[in-house]
Design a protein around this ligand. Structure first.
Ligand code: ZN
Length: 439
C-alpha cells in the first residue's frame, strides 16, 4: 500500500445539477491510500497515517493532484498533423488529415504514430480516452497492443467508410464487418481496452455500412462518430439522406443512438436532435479548440444542458490544437463567454468536471475512474509547476480550491504535468522531477 499526500481536488458531484461548489471535493493536506491500483481510503494525511502506520507516504508537495483526464474524442492517426490552421472542415480533411491517415496502411508507420500518440496522451495527463481509430486493422492492432501494455483505459475501433473519401481509405461493408468482428473478438474487454464501432461520419458511410455498424453494436461494444460539425457538411449529409429528418436521424434509423454512443461536435443541432440524444441517453463530445480552429461554430452548451444531453470534452487532435484537456476546458469557457446570454458561464468546478468525471460518465466508466472516490482506480495527474513560474506564483496566491483550479485552467500546460499514475503505476514517458520518494 502507498499513501499519496498533497492538495487533492476532484468533482464527484455534477456541477450542472446544482450549486457547483457542492460538487467539488478538496483537501489541502489530503491523502489517498492506494492498494493494487485501487483507492482504499481518503482523508486527511494525519488521519490516514495514524490509521495505517508504517505504510509508505509519497509526498506530492506543491501543485494539485487531480483525477486523470478523460478525452472523449481524439484521432490517433492525426498525431503528426496538428496545427493545420486556416481551413474549414471538409478542406482540412482533404488536405491535412486524410493524406496522413492513408499513411497508416504501413504497419511500421502506424506503430511509430501509436507510440507518439500514446506518449502524448500520457504526457498530457490523460489516462482514459475514446480514440477515433485508423481505417486499417493492422494499425488498430498497433494502437491496442501499445495501449494495453501501458494499462491505459482506451476505447477505440476501426474507422469505417465506403464512399466519398479518397479510395485508399474506403472499405466495403463486408470487409468492415469481417475486420471489425475480428478486432472485437481480440480486443474488446481485454483488460482496460474496449471496442467502439466507428463510422467516420454518415457523409462517408452508406446505409449498408450503417447497417453493418448496427450489427457490430449488437455485440455489446461502444459507438462513436461525428455529427453537426460544419454547415457545409450538414448540407451534404442532408442531400445524401433525403429521407432522414435531420443529421442524427441518419444514425438513429440504424439504431446507433444509444447509451453507449458518443457523438463528436454537435455544434449546429436542432431541438429535435437534442431531444433524441437525451431520450436515448447518448453523449456529446465538445471539442472547443477544434471548433474554433476550423471555424465550425460556437457550441450551444446551454441548449444541450437544458435538453438533458450529457456533454464531455474531446481534444479532437489533429483539428484540435493539442492533447492537454485543461486547454480544451479553457477554450470551452471562452466559447461560452462569447455566446453572451446564450452561453453558460462556466466555473472552474465545471471545467474540472468536464475534463474528468463528465468524460468518465460519457464512457460508462464513472464507477471506475473520473474522481478519487474510495474503490475507484488510482488514475491521477499531478500538476506541479516549476518554482517561480506564473502558475506557481498564482497558485501561491489562490484563496480557495476553486480559485486554485481557475489559476490552473488559465495557466497550466503539459510542461506542468509532473506525475501521472495509471491504476497506481507511475506512467510518465519521461518523468520530470517526479514525486519525492517515500519517507
Ligand atoms: Zn473528430
Amino acid at each position: 500500500m502507498t499513501i499519496y499526500a498533497g492538495t487533492i481536488i476532484d468533482v464527484p458531484g455534477d456541477p450542472f445539477a446544482g450549486d457547483p461548489t457542492e460538487a467539488l471535493e478538496a483537501d489541502d493536506e489530503g491523502a489517498l491510500l492506494v492498494q493494487d491500483g485501487i483507492i482504499r481510503a481518503r482523508g486527511a494525511l494525519a488521519a490516514l497515517r495514524s490509521a495505517w502506520p508504517g505504510e509508505p507516504v509519497t509526498r506530492l508537495d506543491g501543485g494539485l493532484l487531480l483525477p486523470g483526464f478523460v478525452d472523449t474524442h481524439v484521432h490517433y492517426p492525426q498525431m503528426r498533423v496538428i496545427g493545420g490552421l486556416g481551413l474549414p472542415l471538409l478542406d482540412w480533411l482533404e488536405r491535412c488529415a486524410l493524406p496522413e491517415e492513408a499513411k497508416l496502411a504501413d504497419r511500421a508507420y502506424a506503430r511509430a504514430v501509436a507510440t507518439e500518440f500514446l506518449d502524448g496522451l500520457t504526457g498530457s495527463g490523460t489516462t482514459s480516452a475514446l480514440v477515433f481509430g485508423s481505417h486499417f486493422p493492422a494499425a488498430m492492432d498497433e494502437l491496442f497492443t501499445q495501449a494495453g501494455r501501458r494499462g491505459l483505459n482506451l476505447t477505440s475501433g476501426l474507422v469505417l467508410s465506403d464512399r466519398i473519401l479518397r479510395p485508399d481509405l474506403l472499405n466495403t461493408p463486408e470487409a468492415a464487418l469481417a475486420g471489425s468482428s475480428d478486432l472485437i473478438s481480440r480486443w474488446h474487454d481485454h483488460g482496460r481496452l474496449r471496442y467502439a464501432v466507428t463510422p467516420r461520419f454518415s457523409l462517408s458511410a452508406s446505409d449498408e455500412m450503417l447497417d453493418v455498424c448496427a450489427q457490430l453494436l449488437g455485440k455489446g461494444v461502444w459507438f462513436t462518430s461525428h455529427i453537426n460539425e460544419n454547415v457545409a457538411e450538414i448540407a451534404q449529409v442532408a442531400g445524401l439522406f433525403p429521407e432522414a429528418r435531420h443529421y442524427l436521424d441518419t444514425y438513429r434509423r440504424h439504431g446507433l443512438v444509444t447509451e453507449r454512443s458518443v457523438f463528436a461536435h454537435n455544434v449546429h443541432p436542432d431541438d429535435a436532435e437534442l431531444a433524441t440524444l437525451a431520450e436515448h441517453g447518448a453523449s456529446v463530445s465538445h471539442c472547443a479548440t477544434s471548433n474554433c480552429a476550423l471555424g465550425s461554430g460556437l457550441f450551444p452548451l446551454r441548449r444541450h444542458v437544458e435538453h438533458g444531453v450529457h456533454v464531455a470534452l474531446g481534444s479532437d487532435v489533429g483539428a484540435g490544437v493539442g492533447l492537454f484537456l485543461p486547454k480544451e476546458a479553457l477554450q470551452a469557457y471562452f466559447v461560452q463567454q462569447l455566446l453572451g446570454p446564450d452561453g453558460m458561464s462556466l466555473t472552474p468546478v465545471h471545467l474540472l468536471y468536464l475534463a474528468t468525471r463528465a468524460g468518465a460518465r460519457a464512457l460508462g466508466l464513472d464507477g471506475q475512474v473520473g474522481d478519487f472516490g474510495v474503490g475507484k482506480d488510482f488514475d491521477a495527474v499531478w500538476l506541479r509547476p516549476a518554482d517561480g513560474s506564473p502558475l506557481a506564483v498564482n497558485l501561491a496566491h489562490a484563496v480557495s480550491p476553486s480559485d486554485a483550479l481557475a489559476r490552473v485552467f488559465a495557466l497550466a500546460t503539459p510542461a506542468d504535468v509532473t506525475g501521472v499514475w495509471i491504476r497506481g503505476a507511475q506512467a510518465l514517458a519521461s518523468p520530470g522531477s517526479g514525486p519525492s520518494p517515500a519517507r
